[in-house]
Ligand binder design. Structure first.
Ligand code: SAH
Length: 214
């Protein structure tokens, strides 16, 4: 990791701290992953701003704050998750952050071209603990379940029950829910019971049903 990248990320890290992100592992991960490499060159000058940016196909790279917040929700579980499923790979930025922090990452994306690009980016960063699949996140990834944590990076209109079913006995689902107004939620499984917590208001692209190929 170059000193130059640290310098570029420094104001962003300060902003995230101001916004309440305290977990040092998350902040270090954000400082170490080059966000500029996940977006088009024409937008690279905005890479270390705390904003979502377009990545093509009508999709976005998430705002660093929300990437940090959702990751923090996973790191604050009583037991650190080993196997994490991400729904909505997009450009692979959140995937890269997860790959630096957790042992095994699984990531699903419904737009195949985005998934291909994301795979290349992760390999370029020597991150090989990620399995990716082109598919519909509403269905989860049954053959690889159960997961200790599932993180959904697109907003679902209703709770995808299939994802809850693919959580391990003490697993956590972090997901934005809603349409015009969306909130971030966590669902914690305790064997047969589920505890729901509503967190802050958020703005995500929708979790669309069905996969497509272009
Ligand atoms: N994790 C990304 C955010 C990507 S935006 C980041 O780090 O910036 C959300 C992504 O979810 C988009 O790429 C979109 O194509 C994908 N998506 C939407 N609905 C989906 C579905 N049903 N299954 C899988 N991916 C989906």
């Amino acid at each position: 990791m170059t000193q130059q990248r640290y310098r570029k990320a420094n104001p962003l890290i300060a902003t995230l701290k101001q916004q309440g992100i305290q977990n040092l592992d998350v902040l270090n991960a954000i400082a170490s992953i080059p966000r500029d490499q996940f977006i088009a060159e024409a937008l690279a000058h905005k890479a270390y701003q705390n904003t979502a940016l377009p990545i093509g196909q009508g999709q976005t790279i998430s705002q660093p704050y929300i990437v940090a917040k959702m990751t923090e929700e996973l790191l604050e579980m009583p037991q650190k998750p080993q196997r994490v499923l991400e729904i909505g790979t997009g450009c692979g930025y959140q995937t890269a952050i997860l790959a630096t922090l957790f042992n095994e990452i699984y990531s699903l994306e419904r737009i195949q071209s985005l998934q291909f690009n994301a795979k290349r980016k992760l390999h370029a960063l020597d991150l090989y603990n990620v399995s990716m699949k082109h598919g519909d996140g509403w269905r989860g990834w049954k053959s690889k379940a159960p997961f200790d944590a599932i993180i959904v990076t697109a907003a679902a209109a209703t709770l995808p029950e299939t994802l809850l079913a693919q959580l391990s006995e003490h697993g956590r689902l972090v997901i934005p829910l809603g349409t015009t107004t969306q909130h971030l939620y966590t669902f914690d499984k305790h064997k047969d019971k589920v505890t729901t917590t509503r967190l802050e208001e958020v703005k995500f692209v929708p979790l669309v049903e069905g996969d497509i190929q272009f």
